[in-house]
Design a protein around this ligand. Sequence first.
Ligand SMILES: Cc1cc2nc3c(=O)[nH]c(=O)nc-3n(C[C@H](O)[C@H](O)[C@H](O)COP(=O)(O)OP(=O)(O)OC[C@H]3O[C@@H](n4cnc5c(N)ncnc54)[C@H](O)[C@@H]3O)c2cc1C
Length: 431
Amino acid sequence: MSTGSADQADETADVVVVGAGPGGAATAAYLAQNGLDVVLLEKAAFPRDKICGDGLTPRAVRELVHLGIDTTGWQRTKGLRILGGGRNFTLDWPDTATFPNYGLVRTRRQFDETLARHAQARGARLHEHTSVQEPLRDARGRVTGVTAKLLDAQGRATGQKSTFHAKVVIAADGVSSRMATAVGREKREDRVMGVAVRAYYTTPRRDDYLESHLELWTTDDAGQRMLMPGYGWLFPLEDGRTNVGLGILDTSSAFGKTDYKDVMRRWVESLGPVWSLEHDTSGGPIRGAALPMGFNRTPLYADGLLLVGDSGGMVNPFNGEGIDYALEAARLSADVVVQALARPSDAARERVLAAYPRIMKHELGGYFTLGRWFAHAIGNPEVMRLATKYGLPITPLMRLLLKMMANLPEEHGGRADDRLVRTLSRLAPDA
Ligand SMILES: Cc1cc2nc3c(=O)[nH]c(=O)nc-3n(C[C@H](O)[C@H](O)[C@H](O)COP(=O)(O)OP(=O)(O)OC[C@H]3O[C@@H](n4cnc5c(N)ncnc54)[C@H](O)[C@@H]3O)c2cc1C
């Protein structure tokens, strides 16, 4: 419903979702398909770029299947190739009943537009070029909507403002989450943070494996081989390009003291004729962003505002994967909100909404704690050196590690390594 003057419009919905990245778009799609009236607000307009590796594990593919996304024509991957300690090790994705045995790579320019249009097709009212400014709050501090300013096609303020009212507001506005910070949910210092840079390169090489480099080598001015901090990736796209990037965790002593773009240029050069990489400048320069890990903003629900995806710091500390966890949070949060809004009283609704943080902890809390321990362990270069030297050649150990790092255990039954991953996640304290 729109009312008000030309420069101050008012709309009301059951749910307002702020941010139409994967987390927000998927949440809006699930809510709308369950019959709720949903407004989805996005400051950019699609298609738009997002700094990312564009890699989707089988766990993320399973979520796309849940959501009903057609992935025909997207680059498929068979598994992961790991390089480290002078060795090279290829592992196929596990073949289980729980997850498909393939991954995908899709530019975020394409991926995010597909999900946003999907949400629209399911009935969500998407407003692009709508930059949310702050939450509306009632006398008790409960979030009851948001204010937004409208942008023109160049992203400049038009001077027009809108107000959106809802029973529940979802912050899916990414790592810096203006919404979460406005209500005092700052990022937690006891959680792991990563930074990563990436760019697109053309290459004659065709590949259907994700490639991960545990060591980044270059040659110094004296011609000596030199190890640089961080981990690198090359993720193939179906169009003859590859997404190349590197990341580093704040558990490493080099964090914050390194020129990551320079490391990237040197590393890409050192890959030489194996890849023959040429920077595709039409895909933009080397750009970087932060990865908030292991629930780095809590509570995930309070006072009418629920966090989904990077706004709640849901990146997997084992491997930097955030899209899958944003999609899982979308599915679980939508389920909670649909049930809550079906309850007749405010008190009953609130009880249902308050279950969301517990559900997320139950699903991922122990696993994220293991990820945090892992991130601290590999922050020590000696641990990493020993793991690369002695762990990499042992195939069953690497298979277990892949299941652990990509969170791909068979959910019911399975082999000893599936049971081990599940048991460790269950035993670890919740993040
Ligand atoms: C370099 C790099 C590489 C990565 N590689 C991978 C990878 O290969 N695979 C993987 O799974 N994950 C990867 N990640 C993590 C992944 O990008 C994120 O976890 C994921 O994008 C989170 O989705 P989201 O929907 O929560 O947030 P986002 O994708 O950040 O979406 C947030 C949306 O909110 C909008 N928004 C923000 N503020 C406002 C506002 N005030 N008003 C309106 N709209 C707003 C933004 O424009 C954006 O569209 C990588 C991250 C980085 C930095």
